[in-house]
Design a protein around this ligand. Structure first.
Ligand code: NAI
Length: 617
């Protein structure tokens, strides 16, 4: 049994509390220890006149049961005066219930400006004035609970209520945005769409229904939202007659049209049933979620993944049901990539090779007439699977918001040194999916072979999809990383990245995610400027190991694995600490490493290990 939810020491302002729903909230909160400002203008249900008796009666009821309350008769349009009354009488304000309301129903063609204006001023402007007046106090004290009152008329539209519906949906928008602004300060803001018998509904609903729809059946939800123990914010609830429910947005998967040129109205007509198809919905909750499919389409365009085909793929039935587990074993269509010395050189430059003009040791990675003969940096092979990553958002059973995708780990194994130009084919499948509780860990295995079908490289990409956990899958092995030796690193490499490093790396790798280029996009991701690609940092670290432990000889590079732990901003200094340890089979050397962003002293690559073939082999 839940302990009694008390409000001792809390001060609540309830607007329009002289009757109906507001009165029920006031009586319930007062009975549980809150001090109440019972605000009510006391006019008619159409917003005419004013009076004290409504608020006074409710205050008397509270005082009669030893509760604490004070009346206030201001209109909510004067929010600051009502808040001042709370401060004068009780010295603080913790809870605001924006409840005051009137109706001026009339069909739109008969609606006057006054009908519009009066409704707007009591509901939306009044709600704003109240919230604006309590906001500084709630922010400063790091505590606040606000409940706005919307209506089914606002959520769905109703005949004769264009004014009221508009204002009521406005209150929801206000609460949604306030919830975002207030969250860090523990000011939680929610909205209800109630149904209750009151003077507002007595003309619309039959008397027997009015009796069944007591405001007391709405009040408990409002009280819970106002309680210390509530952590929910930015949500909307429908409530009435003992029924309590959360409402959310649902969005169709939608149609993805090419963006090389603007689509035509005819194409929209053709896609109309797809645009409206709710068989595969998502439930966006934030502007980032709203944006996700746009990003997805941009990435498709950037990687030239044909949208029509991707749509077809989604429709394939999946044998093991619809959950993430059904995606295990999913085979991607083999993808062919051609590269030349120029691509390899660009990649090498993008991971910081050959920055010192007097040091010729890395010229072989960027200069086709190099004395030692042109060679490929082995880590170029991590770019092979890239085009597949964006197809993963379309795999049946794995539908997710790309904004929630994190590149967790990368493993690359070289089957032999990379040819300096080749047409290679990537064959990829989802080898496993683990349920990590907070998300799903998806392992993508990619085998790359040359024109003759001979293996060149193997990548395993670990992708973490936040919020997709809890589907009943295995947790998977815990990290088996080697502990770093208990001694100072054998070698420490400092590598300076450039301010435009990410702009260079995107061209070299084909990863055109705007997160790495456009400040408007990176701010959506929560970064104040574009961040470096994790695989770019990976390339810097791989290069450091190759240089210091393998004499820049790509033929000795057997494998590399690391975990991405933090972002890097272009321009930061990468410090890679390296330790040589003997390999298990004696046939290779193991170099353990970790990389830090020096300016922030943050580890950005952890659990790093490179295996090198012995010089003798
Ligand atoms: P009610 O008419 O019993 O209560 C509204 C109170 O607000 C009245 O006492 C009125 O004097 C007061 N008020 C009006 N203008 C004011 C102003 N400018 N300043 C201060 N107080 C003012 O109606 P009820 O049903 O209790 O409504 C409460 C809220 O719930 C309203 O916002 C209403 O729009 C909303 N609502 C009610 C529904 C229902 O089924 N009763 C359905 C959907 C929304």
């Amino acid at each position: 049994m839940t302990r009694e939810l008390r409000f001792d020491g809390r001060v609540a302002i309830i607007t329009g509390a002289g009757g109906g729903l507001g009165r029920a909230y006031a009586l319930l909160l007062a009975s549980r220890g809150a001090s109440i400002v019972v605000n009510d203008l006391g006019g008619t249900m159409h917003g005419e006149g004013a009076g004290h008796s409504a608020a006074d009666r409710v205050v008397d009821e509270i005082l009669a049961t030893d509760g604490e309350a004070v009346a206030n008769y201001d209109s909510v349009e004067n929010g600051e005066r009502i808040v001042q009354a709370a401060l004068d009488h009780f010295g603080r304000v913790d809870i605001l219930i924006n409840n005051a309301g009137i109706l001026r129903d009339t069909s739109f063609h008969k609606m006057t400006d006054e009908d519009w204006e009066k409704i707007y001023r009591v509901h939306l402007y009044g709600g704003y004035k109240m919230a604006h007046a309590v906001w500084p106090y709630m922010r400063d004290q790091g505590y606040g609970r606000i409940v706005n009152t919307s209506s089914a008329a606002g959520l769905y539209g109703n005949f004769g209520q264009v004014n009221y519906s508009s204002a009521k949906l406005g209150l929801l928008g206000m609460a949604n945005a306030l919830a975002v602004e207030g969250q860090k300060r523990n000011v939680l803001v929610n909205t209800i769409a109630p149904l209750a018998g009151s003077r507002l509904t007595e003309t619309i609903l039959p008397p027997e229904m009015i009796a069944a729809l007591k405001p007391e059946y709405v009040a408990p939800l409002v009280a819970y939202l106002c309680h210390d123990s509530n952590t929910t914010t930015g949500e909307v609830f429908e409530v009435g007659a003992g029924w309590f429910s959360r409402l959310r947005w649902q969005r169709s998967r939608g149609a993805f049209l090419p963006i090389d040129q603007p689509p035509t109205p005819e194409e929209i007509a053709e896609q109309w049933s797809v645009i409206q198809d709710f068989s595969d919905p998502t439930y966006p909750e934030t502007p980032t979620d709203s944006f996700a499919p746009v990003m997805e389409n941009l990435m498709r365009a950037a990687n030239a993944a044909p949208p029509a085909e991707a749509n077809d793929d989604r429709k394939q039935p999946s044998p093991a049901g619809e959950g993430p587990l059904s995606a295990i074993g999913y085979q991607f269509k083999p993808a062919t990539v051609t590269y030349t010395e120029k691509d390899l050189s660009l990649y090498a430059l993008a991971v910081g090779a050959a920055v010192d003009p007097l040091d010729a040791s890395e010229l072989q990675f960027v200069y086709e007439m190099s004395r030692d003969g042109f060679k490929a940096l082995p880590t170029y092979a991590v770019t092979f699977p890239f085009s597949l990553l964006w197809e993963i958002v379309s795999v049946p059973g794995l539908r997710f918001n790309p904004a929630l995708l994190l590149h967790g780990e990368q493993y690359l194994e070289m089957k032999r040194p990379l040819p300096v130009n080749a047409t290679v084919t990537n064959t990829a499948f989802i080898s496993n999916i683990y349920d990590k509780g907070s998300g799903a860990l998806v392992l993508l295995d990619v085998h790359t072979a040359d024109e003759k079908g001979e293996a060149i490289a193997f990548n395993q990409v670990s992708l973490f999809i936040r919020g997709m956990g809890g589907f009943g899958g295995e947790r998977g092995p815990s990290s088996s990383a080697d502990a770093l030796p208990d001694r100072a690193p054998d070698v420490v490499a400092r590598q300076q990245t450039n301010e435009n490093q990410a702009l260079l790396y995107r061209l070299a790798s084909g990863d055109f995610n705007p997160l790495h280029a456009d400040p408007a996009f990176s701010s959506i991701g929560g970064f104040d400027r574009p961040i470096l690609h994790g695989l770019c940092t990976f390339g810097f670290a791989g290069r450091a190991v190759l240089r210091h432990f393998a004499g820049n000889d790509p033929a000795r590079f057997k494998s590399i694995r690391t975990r991405f732990t933090k972002h890097v901003f272009p321009g930061e200094t990468l410090v890679t600490e390296m330790w040589a340890v003997k390999g298990d089979n004696g046939g290779s050397d193991r170099i353990l490493f970790q990389t830090k962003a020096a300016e922030r002293d943050e580890v950005v690559l952890a659990n790093g290990v490179v295996e090198l073939w012995d010089e003798s082999q």
